[in-house]
Design a protein around this ligand. Structure first.
Ligand SMILES: NC(=O)C1=CN([C@@H]2O[C@H](COP(=O)(O)OP(=O)(O)OC[C@H]3O[C@@H](n4cnc5c(N)ncnc54)[C@H](O)[C@@H]3O)[C@@H](O)[C@H]2O)C=CC1
Ligand SMILES: O=C(O)[C@H]1O[C@H](OP(=O)(O)OP(=O)(O)OC[C@H]2O[C@@H](n3ccc(=O)[nH]c3=O)[C@H](O)[C@@H]2O)[C@H](O)[C@@H](O)[C@@H]1O
Length: 439
């Protein structure tokens, strides 16, 4: 089939590459001319395992094309996916101006029947608005349908998530559109759930909010573990062994970050509020997330007494491992907080340092070429992202090059007993009452 994706960012590019990989002909559109130039030059603007090879291969076979022209894209695809940003507004509600603009842009180019698919994460009832907008701006008599097809990929494992999805959700009310959507997803081995548009839109916000709720739940438990001398890793294992609960998304840490959870939870709260059904549980999910971050920083302050001029190493800048994405990264928030208090921060990340350099705080942070170089002479080490490389660092060498042996492991990456055996004072998250000296 011929498919078009409008918005060649994280979701658009990975989805486009995977749809081409399974045999479709895909045209990715973006109004950022530099991004399209980069892609046309064979470079990938994001780091995602497996993506670069997949894009190259499908560009060579001409199944994947790039353009800045929406008109070209609308003429090309029978199905047109919208994958543009849906950022938060200051009050948490969703800024739908990108979606509305694309709807108008598509409308004026429509000449014959197209299925317009919303893949961006949008509030319930957005599909109805998109359909009205297209109807208003399109030539009289042109036929089209609007479908909701939310995306569930995770950054860092996007290719695998797209190629082997747990489910494909298609929300629509036209048999013609649903038949074309079934054809799009025919090559994938995954259950397809067909719903109305509103339910499909709601599934996305409800799923992300539930995952965030799981994280906040275990983070709240981690605080109880700390004061009671229990180990959250064991507690998570024990509750996760119940198949009804499951172990995934029960990793206690610094709280959830990234370009999706913080904005989507805020959005769902705003959506519920607007519908007159306040979702107070999710406000508590947010509160716990903030509290988890604050109490981690408090523990650092408590141990170091004064942060000003203290040399602190931070391992990890991306919001999670296996990505170079630093959008709403908790690791970056930690760096910002340390810098604001005058600490002398040296950071290292295997993939995210280039993108970190675009952030204002980077002007006040030194970047190292390896985890050990970042830790040289440091009075404390903070592990902010759980990159696998960090777990294999030689602890004896680390102990030798640090000025003071303090580790704050915000991701429970290291084995506390091993760290202590090498003379470190180790503080993880929810890992009993391991002491950290004061002053
Ligand atoms: N990043 C993720 O892991 C996931 C994101 N989502 C959702 O997907 C949507 C897109 O997110 P990302 O891909 O992360 O955003 P992104 O910011 O990486 O990409 C969006 C792209 O759209 C382009 N764009 C904006 N307006 C345009 C227009 N009028 N015409 C053509 N291109 C235009 C931008 O230049 C940008 O390249 C959001 O709603 C997000 O919540 C859903 C699942 C996963
Ligand atoms: O809508 C989206 O954009 C996507 O949001 C998340 O994916 P992503 O943000 O890429 O990454 P996650 O693996 O979910 O991690 C999000 C945050 O939660 C944190 N997290 C995750 C899991 C966990 O157990 N503990 C924990 O603190 C991570 O460190 C990270 O800061 C969802 O997992 C995807 O299903 C969804 O498609």
């Amino acid at each position: 089939m011929k498919l078009t994706i409008i918005g060649s960012g994280y979701v658009g590019l990975t989805t486009g590459a995977c749809l081409a990989e399974v045999g479709h002909h895909v045209m990715c559109v973006d109004n950022d001319a530099r991004k399209i130039e980069t892609l046309l030059a064979g470079k990938i603007p994001i780091y995602e395992p497996g993506l670069e090879n997949m894009v190259r291969k499908n560009v060579v076979s001409k199944r994947l094309q790039f353009t800045t022209s929406t008109e070209e894209g609308v003429n090309f695809g029978e199905v047109i996916f919208i994958a543009v940003p849906t950022p938060p507004q200051p009050d948490g509600s969703v800024d739908l101006s990108f979606i509305e603009k694309v709807a108008r842009e598509i409308a004026v180019c429509l000449d014959s029947y197209r299925v317009i698919v919303d893949k961006s994460t949008v509030p319930v009832k957005t599909g109805e608005r998109v359909a009205h907008t297209i109807r208003r701006y399109a030539k009289a008599g042109v036929e089209f349908d609007v479908v909701s097809n939310p995306e569930f990929l995770r950054e860092g494992s996007a290719v695998d998530d797209l190629m082997n999805p747990d489910r494909i959700v298609i929300g629509g009310n036209s048999d013609r559109a649903l038949a074309l959507m079934q054809k799009v997803y025919e090559p994938f081995v995954a259950p397809v759930l067909v719903t109305d548009i509103n339910s499909a839109e709601l599934i996305k916000h409800a799923a992300n909010s539930f995952l965030a709720l799981k994280i906040s739940y275990i983070n709240a438990v981690s605080e109880i573990c700390e004061v009671s001398g229990a180990d959250v890793e064991k507690v998570a294992e024990g509750i996760g062994m119940d198949k009804r609960i499951g172990r995934s998304f029960l990793n206690a840490g610094l709280g959830y970050g990234g370009s999706c959870f913080p904005k989507d939870i805020a959005a769902f709260i705003a959506i519920a509020e607007q519908l007159g059904t306040p979702f107070t549980l999710l406000k508590e999910v947010q509160n716990i997330n903030t509290h988890q971050f604050t109490r981690f920083l408090d523990a650092v302050r408590e141990a170091l007494w004064v942060l000003k001029e203290k040399k602190i190493a931070v391992w990890g800048l991306s919001f999670k491992p296996n990505t170079d994405d630093v959008r709403s990264s908790v690791a970056v928030n930690i760096v910002e907080a340390l810098v604001a208090e005058g600490a002398d921060v040296t950071a290292y990340d295997p993939k995210a340092m280039e993108k970190f350099k675009d952030l204002p705080v980077s002007a006040k942070v030194k970047l190292a070429e390896s985890p050990l170089e970042a830790a040289r002479g440091a009075e404390a080490l903070i592990i902010a992202t759980e990159w696998a490389d960090f777990a294999s660092v030689d602890l004896a060498e680390l102990r030798n090059i640090m000025r003071a042996p303090l580790i704050f492991d915000g991701r429970n990456l290291l084995d506390p007993t091993a760290a202590q055996a090498y003379g470190f004072q180790y503080r993880g998250i929810g890992r009993g009452t391991l002491p950290v000296a004061q002053g």
